[in-house]
Design a protein around this ligand. Sequence first.
Ligand SMILES: Cc1cc2nc3c(=O)[nH]c(=O)nc-3n(C[C@H](O)[C@H](O)[C@H](O)COP(=O)(O)O)c2cc1C
Length: 199
Amino acid sequence: MIETFHKIIELRRSVRKFKPGAVDSEVLRKLIDAARLGPSAANKQALIFIAVNDPSLAGKIFETQKFAAYLAGAGQPQPGEEPAAHILIARNRELEIAETIRDVGAAAQTILMGACAYGLGATWLRSFDRPKAAEILDLREIYVPDSVIALGIPGEAPEVVPIRDGDIKYWRDETGQHFVPKRSFEEVCFLNGYNKGWS
Ligand SMILES: Cc1cc2nc3c(=O)[nH]c(=O)nc-3n(C[C@H](O)[C@H](O)[C@H](O)COP(=O)(O)O)c2cc1C
C-alpha cells in the first residue's frame, strides 16, 4: 500500500496530450465519489462535481480551456490529442466560506491521484471560460465554476527535472517531451525547525 502511494505520487504529472479512447462513466463516478469524501473546511461540503464524458459535451468543454500558459499555445492538445472527459468542480455560493477554496485543492488532488491510479492522464485547469462552461453544463446561478480537470488516456509522460538558474517554467524539447522543474527536497523540506536538514 505504501509503495502504491509513492508510485502514484511519482507518476502523477499534468498530462496535456491524450490518446483517443473513452473514459468510462463508472471510473468518473469513483473519482468524484472519492473527491466528495475529502476534507472540508468547517465541513461545509460546498462543492459539487460534474463529470462529462459525452463526446460532444466534452469537446465543447475542451474549447473553453487553455493548457500550458508557459508554452504560449504550443501546450494546447492538438487535434486527436484532446481529453475525452472532464470533471468540473463548482462552489455553492450559499454554502461556501472563505476556506472553501482549500476544499477545491484537496478535491482536485484526490481526483488527479485517483486518475493516475486508474491509468489515466489528467490536468487541473483554472484557465477556462467559466460562463461558457456554466452554460454548456446548465449550471444554476448559485454555483461558481472553480476548476476543471481534463482527463483521458495519457499520450505523454512528462518528466520532473531539477530547477536550473531559478527558472520554474516547464518546457518541451524538440521531440515534444515535457519537463517540469521542481524545487529540491533540501530547498523546501525541513525536520524539527526551519533550515534544519535530514542528515
Ligand atoms: C491551481 C492550479 C491551476 C492550474 N491551472 C492550469 C491551467 O489552467 N492549464 C494548465 O495547462 N495547467 C494548469 N495547472 C497545472 C500546472 O501547470 C502544473 O501542476 C505544474 O506545471 C506542475 O506540473 P505537474 O502537475 O506535472 O507536477 C494548474 C495547477 C494548479 C495547482
